[in-house]
Design a protein around this ligand. Structure first.
Ligand code: PFF
Length: 451
């Protein structure tokens, strides 16, 4: 099937706007609650090194591929895959289904973060929040999580409704620099805490004994999650990118931003937790318990902890919001294209349906907590199926499509529209061989190793 190229639709007004919006998508909860934990668990500096090597090779290849597909086809994710090859339309559907699954539960977690931001800014219950039972109490009653979930998803919807340039781009240009300033500020503060240097050393010093195939799998998995790959987001944002902008350098800058924020999150979290837990490595456990129990506990003990906590949760709200915007934009672009609806009705429908789906995750921790799927609560199940099963399949099949069906020239030609593609040889090897092998490894580990 011959590939089609179409004119780019109206989209980002500048290269910086595109980079900050894509970086906004990439920088999210994954950077803050997953990266520091994995780095600490898998050998500190060793993990950082493996992660960096994968970022500039594997991550670069996959992200450049998605952005080029988006810009070349100018379509939303489903149509983009079927334009490339009609037999790959189901792959477009599978990729498009991922943000539909993720958006609701991501906004539920966004609501939790918003609640903690309110607690810490108003001071009401800031010290109680450090109590282990506070969080389970909060999510154990549906009312408050539902309210904060509704506020978070509505805020996301307002930005998406305003459109790509006036909403997504403008908000990213405002939020991302603020986020960077906040994260640099708090990391400097935590590094000045007495005893923080031991935590810092633990975080960055390579422990070669920890190196194993698991380190590699964990690094690839995290990279893939962190860069918002294989869920149609980068294809959608690519479709809004200006033809005159350079894809290769944009991807590099998005990667630097994403990796820097992940690294700085570790600089905040690892030393802080280390100091206040007396060097207990288990306190760094990833996920909700770190963010909503361990850290509030740390803030409770810390001098000026309420202010630091408020700034920290503002940072997390910004990171989560720019990611949820990208998830919603991807779904809205599909609805607009398929049904030829205008942006506002498309956005309202997507918000309404996502709210209903999100209620499953809210109730899964409260009134329906006895109900599980494969021994998982709704939220965990949605997270597991999308991240561990669907995304690796989409990435694997995208590599097959680009590497062997339409051929890598489909992507290379688009990248070379306005500049020389400097790492073309490496790119081909990545897409045809290394990326598919990594994806198979991730799938295998998700199904059989339970890392
Ligand atoms: N890349 C973002 C993050 O690290 O949080 C956004 C994201 C990734 C959202 C993966 C959801 C997801 F499953």
């Amino acid at each position: 099937m011959q590939s089609k190229t179409t004119q780019v639709k109206s989209g980002f007004g500048s290269k910086l706007g595109f980079i900050l919006a894509a970086a906004g998508s990439a920088v999210g909860l994954g950077n803050i609650w997953r990266f520091p934990y994995l780095a600490a668990k898998y050998g500190g500096g060793m993990f950082l090194l493996v992660y960096l090597i994968f970022a500039v090779t594997f991550g670069f290849a996959l992200m450049a591929t998605e952005i080029a597909i988006g810009r070349r086809t100018g379509k939303s994710v489903i149509q983009a895959y079927s334009d490339m090859n009609c037999h790959f339309k189901p792959l477009g559907w599978l990729a498009g289904a991922i943000p539909v699954i993720i958006l609701p539960y991501y906004c539920v977690i966004g609501g939790w973060v918003l609640k903690y931001l309110v607690i810490f800014t108003t001071g009401s219950g800031a010290s109680a929040a450090g109590d282990g039972s506070y969080f389970s109490n909060f999510i154990g009653h549906a009312g408050s999580p539902m309210l904060f979930f509704a506020i978070f998803i509505l805020l996301t919807a307002v930005v998406v409704m305003l459109g790509v340039q006036k909403g997504v781009e403008k908000v990213s240009k405002l939020m991302m620099p603020v986020l960077l300033i906040l994260i640099v500020g708090i990391s400097i503060y935590t590094l000045t805490l007495p005893g923080a240097i031991d935590g810092l050393i633990y975080y960055v010093k390579p422990d070669f004994n920890q190196f194993s195939i698991k380190t590699v799998i964990a690094a690839v998995g995290q990279l893939f999650y962190s860069m918002s790959l294989a869920m149609g987001i980068m294809i959608t944002y690519g479709s809004y990118m200006r033809k005159e902008d350079n894809i290769e350098s944009s991807v590099r800058q998005i990667e630097v931003f994403d990796t820097l924020v992940a690294f700085l999150s570790g600089l905040i979290i690892v030393p802080a937790v280390f100091v206040f837990s007396g060097g207990d490595e288990n306190a760094l456990n990833a996920g909700p318990s770190l963010m909503f129990i361990t850290l509030p506990n740390v803030f409770k003990e810390m001098l000026g902890g309420q202010i630091v906590g408020a700034v920290f949760f503002l940072l997390v709200v910004l990171a989560a919001m720019t990611s949820s915007i990208s998830l919603m934009e991807t779904v809205v672009s599909i609805v607009e294209e398929r049904f030829h609806w205008k942006r506002i009705p498309s956005c309202l429908i997507v918000t309404g349906i996502s709210f209903l789906i999100g209620l499953l995750s809210v109730f899964g921790y409260s009134i329906w907590s006895d109900f599980t799927i494969f021994h998982m609560q709704f939220l965990d199940f949605f997270d597991y199926i999308s991240n561990n099963i669907m995304m690796p399949i989409v990435a694997l099949m995208t590599c097959v499509l680009v590497g062997f069906v339409v051929k890598t020239t489909f992507v290379e030609d688009e990248i070379e529209k306005n500049a020389r593609f400097r790492v073309k040889g490496l790119y081909r090897v990545m897409i045809k061989f290394i990326c598919p092998i990594c994806m198979l490894l991730i799938l295998f580990s998700a199904l059989f190793l339970k890392l």
